[in-house]
Design a protein around this ligand. Structure first.
Ligand SMILES: Nc1ncnc2c1ncn2[C@@H]1O[C@H](COP(=O)(O)OP(=O)(O)OP(=O)(O)O)[C@@H](O)[C@H]1O
Length: 259
């Protein structure tokens, strides 16, 4: 199913979670260098889509490819060291009494590298500086505010210097200065050719950086095009045109997963 330069692909993807069919026949192909915003109302399937794209949920039918390999298959087939992922803020840190530096350092670990390299500390501090938290590196994340915890998770994704960065609602709970800092970070990643997939409710300061918007509604892609061709401001797609479903099932933070 692979397109030549696609680094992320879903083909006729269906995902059933519990008794709910959450994604229906999703086709998506992301090529290197794109900055894709995934938009849609609460419960439309955005988080489920990005989690399935990186193997955190299995595809019920259809297929997913990440760098040409099945992300839910044998881990060595996917170059995980190239992939940074920051999950949606869950308001919790799994109760593990880790410092911000330790959480970010876990982003340097994966199955082929179980011990951080010599430059790990400097890289972690640099990643924390990118999210404005270097001065709090040695504090427990349990005392951080929700927005600060979100920034630590983003730093954990950034520390890999990823070629593919996936952010799930990174702006949620962030103050304006942090949003602007994230926009500058995404711009820097773009300049070096990285690919970014970002779940958003509003484009905010990222608006000028988005090269493509994908809109989900009821688990289906209902729009997929560059922002300018859409005809309406993609930043307002989350206008809740239908009754809001019950709150999303909280998912466990991904702090423990070490690729
Ligand atoms: N593990 C699960 N088991 C059962 N249903 C689930 C599970 N995870 C998500 N869902 C359901 O799937 C639907 C889509 O959830 P998802 O988190 O993907 O939506 P979203 O578009 O990211 O929403 P939001 O904008 O609120 O974060 C929701 O109705 C949710 O309740």
């Amino acid at each position: 199913m692979s397109s030549a330069s696609a680094i992320l692909e879903a083909r006729e993807l269906d995902v059933v979670l519990g008794s709910a069919r959450v994604l229906h026949g999703v086709d998506l192909s992301v090529t290197a260098g794109e900055t894709v915003a995934v938009l849609g109302s609460n419960g439309s399937g955005k988080s489920t889509l990005v989690k399935t794209l990186i193997g955190l949920h299995p595809a019920t039918s259809g297929g997913v490819r990440l760098y040409g390999a099945d992300p839910a298959g044998p881990s060595r087939a996917v170059p995980w060291q190239k992939v940074g992922y920051a999950p949606q803020r869950t308001g919790a840190t799994t109760g593990v009494p880790a410092t911000a530096l330790e959480v970010v350092a876990s982003g340097l670990l994966h199955r082929r590298r179980l011990r951080p390299g010599r430059d790990a500390r400097a890289r972690c501090l640099a990643a924390l500086a990118q999210v404005g938290l270097a001065d709090r590196a040695h504090e427990s994340v349990q005392v951080f505010s929700g927005g600060q915890q979100q920034r630590v998770l983003i730093a954990r994704a950034l520390v890999r210097e990823p070629d593919l960065l996936i952010l799930d609602e990174p702006l949620s709970g962030m103050d304006r200065a942090s949003m602007d800092a994230l926009a500058a970070t995404v711009a820097a990643l773009q300049r070096r050719g990285a690919t970014v997939v970002v779940v958003l409710h509003e484009l905010g300061p990222l608006a000028g950086l988005i090269t493509r918007t994908v809109v989900l509604h009821g688990g289906r892609i209902v729009h997929d095009a560059p922002p300018s061709s859409r005809g309406t401001d993609p930043g307002v797609v989350d206008a809740h045109p239908h009754p809001e479903p019950p709150a999303a099932v909280p998912t466990a933070p991904d702090l423990q997963r070490q690729w």
